[in-house]
Write a protein that binds this ligand. Structure first.
Ligand code: NAD
Length: 290
């Protein structure tokens, strides 16, 4: 069924109030998580999902504190501890300070969600070095800096078996554009392609230490980052040509996957990119033969 102007602003019907969508609070009980870029969109949904699954959560934000306070309030309502940590993930000193603060507040860290990301779009011949550098610094260097600090803590602490089978979990929020080329967004696609091999190479290096590293690769999710692709009916309809399942994804759906991947239920999963995209990776342009 084609998308219509009456559906483009509504969450999918199965997300409506009353439908059961509970995470069990013992899934991540006793675990401490840090979510970067957690004051909006996917990061906010992941922070809340991890709390609903039983984790205490450090909510990182780069600048605007008001939205981050709202996330902390929601985590507190879920009965978990939350702290706010301001840091620009592309800045080494700020990342080091952030980890110091989280570890002194929580004692350790079990789960890192490398989520912070930006887009600065331009055609290749118009793209400035500043646009290139800002996206690579946040989306790729930021993930490296945070992963390095998390692994230092995971190695120091090792496995605490009544908390988790694993010594630590890192989930990188990547994108379908780690493999799908994206004209007009070469900085973004290059950053996510980099995240893919950053994630896999770290996973290979630390698997013997019982540290798991994976990526979640969203397709089109309803967040502020891509508002122009879903907030008017014409844009939504043209987006649906790329989504065989014929609806946009909701941030909560990324949160639920992150909670599962961070839990011991996913203990045998490492070094993997999991696409959550309504079939965008099925190359729907080939549906009618190619
Ligand atoms: P968003 O703009 O709501 O979230 C991005 C967050 O990152 C914001 O909270 C922002 O404050 C934070 N941030 C930006 N620069 C930062 C920095 N230097 N340090 C710390 N935090 C910083 O958008 P979103 O869609 O929720 O994006 C979250 C992640 O999901 C990004 O990595 C993005 O690439 C990825 N993603 C999103 C989609 C989508 O359809 N929305 C699809 C694929 C991948």
């Amino acid at each position: 069924m084609p998308a219509t102007s009456s559906t483009h602003l509504q969450a999918a019907t199965w997300l409506s109030p009353g439908r059961s969508k509970r995470l069990t609070p013992d899934l991540l009980s006793g675990q401490k998580a840090l979510v970067t870029g957690a004051s909006s969109g996917i990061g906010k949904a992941i922070a809340i999902a991890l709390a609903e699954a039983g984790a205490d959560v450090a909510v990182n934000f780069p600048a605007s504190e008001a939205e981050a306070h709202e996330v902390v309030a929601q985590i507190s309502r879920a009965g978990r501890k939350a702290i706010l940590v301001q840091a620009d993930v592309s800045q080494e000193e700020q990342v080091l300070e952030m980890f110091d603060r989280v570890i002194s507040a929580f004692g350790t860290i079990d789960i890192l969600i490398n989520n912070a990301g930006i887009q600065r779009d331009a055609s290749i011949d118009e793209m400035t070095l500043a646009q290139w550098n800002s996206v690579i610094s946040t989306n790729l260097t930021g993930q490296f800096l945070c992963a390095r600090e998390a692994i230092r803590e995971f190695k120091r602490r090792g496995v605490v078996s009544d908390i988790s089978i694993s010594a630590g979990k890192i989930i990188c929020v990547s994108s379908v554009h780690e493999v799908i080329p994206w004209a007009g967004h070469v900085n973004y696609a290059a950053s996510k392609g980099g995240v893919m091999l950053l994630m896999k190479s770290i996973a290979q290096e630390v698997a013997p230490l019982k540290i798991r590293v994976n990526s979640i690769c969203p397709g089109a999710i309803r967040t502020p980052l891509n508002r122009s692709a879903w907030d008017v009916p014409e844009a939504y309809d043209s987006l649906m040509a790329l989504v065989p399942y014929n609806r946009i994804g909701e941030p909560d759906e990324i949160g639920w996957l992150a909670a599962f991947l961070a839990s011991d239920l996913a203990d045998y999963i490492t070094g993997t990119s999991i696409y959550i995209d309504g079939g965008m990776m099925l190359y729907p342009g080939f549906e009618s033969g190619g």
